[in-house]
Ligand binder design. Sequence first.
Ligand code: COA
Length: 335
Amino acid sequence: MYHSKIAGLGFYVPDNIVTNDDLSKVMDTNDAWIQERTGIQERRHIIRNEDTTTSMGVKAAKIAIERSGIMKDDVDFIIFATLSPDYYFPGPGVLVQRDLGLKPIGALDVRNQCSGFVYAISVADQYIKTGMYKNILVIGSEVHSTGLDMTDRGRGVSVIFGDGAGAAVLSREEDLSKGILSTHLHSEGQHAEELVLKAPGMGGRWVTDIMKDKDPNDDSYYPYMNGQFVFKNAVVRFSEVIHEGLQANNLQVSDIDMLIPHQANLRISQYIQKKFELSDNQVFSNIQKYGNTTAASIPIALTEAWEQGKIKSGDIVVLAAFGSGFTWGSVIIKW
Ligand code: COA
């Protein structure tokens, strides 16, 4: 039995900055509304044909591999979390294997939206714990901008999401007092349609013909979000799953050195911070610059926190996520 540790981190965001004022030129919104409700000041959008979910993931992965000190041939397995794959199939995991020139190792795609990175870390951790793999590349990457309804109709959703990618190399840790201490995953599918992209879909209750002609009135190809319902559930589930992780390791809230919440909404993170009585130094937020990048938000935030020297050896680092599904989860790490 082994532990796994985060051996290397990297992130990539497109250069193209889209401010709240930029959005107000194409839809009925404004900087004050967006900042007051979400804390977001700007986000990145890809330049079409320059970047994709995979290409951004590959750029983030190259940095993570280099920082981990392993060679790319030492990567044993790929896990790619996204809700915005380049292709309907195959998923982006195999494209990373190709584009990074990795050996013909296994590649797994994770479809857990905002909880995707936490789920992916949990899967990687199990493989490393059992000794099956030594080094696993875990990527979270999203292109939202090309799939959002950038009209007044979509303003409640489109202002929130941004593009970007983050990656981590998880490696075997022989010291069982360190590394990933535990992971905790949950789902509640009864709320699946509260945050959903219904089309293209092959079946189910809302069958939409995948080859359907573009109908301007058909909004099933755009994400739907019941914002207030999502908000209320998020604050409850974030709290529960952080407590669950702490309890499993006999830790107190005061033991948290750094909480990296999924960057869903600054108001959600602030609510959690207040509830847990954590200081500004104990909670990392960068949603102001990048918006909500779904599966990429935790690895981007974790990388920035680490780059800024906010995570030190021996720190208790907590990752927590909530999102579409609903799904939620936490990861407790002794750095
Ligand atoms: N700009 C300006 N006005 C907007 C707007 C925008 N981008 N989007 C919605 N509005 C309007 C609405 O039309 C509504 O107008 P009305 O009162 O005239 O009907 C008003 O603002 C309030 O809308 P509402 O949806 O009730 O706002 P809210 O306070 O719930 O904030 C969210 C909306 C989306 C910011 C908020 O619900 C939220 O953050 N939810 C959680 C989202 C989240 O975290 N998602 C990711 C989960 S992983």
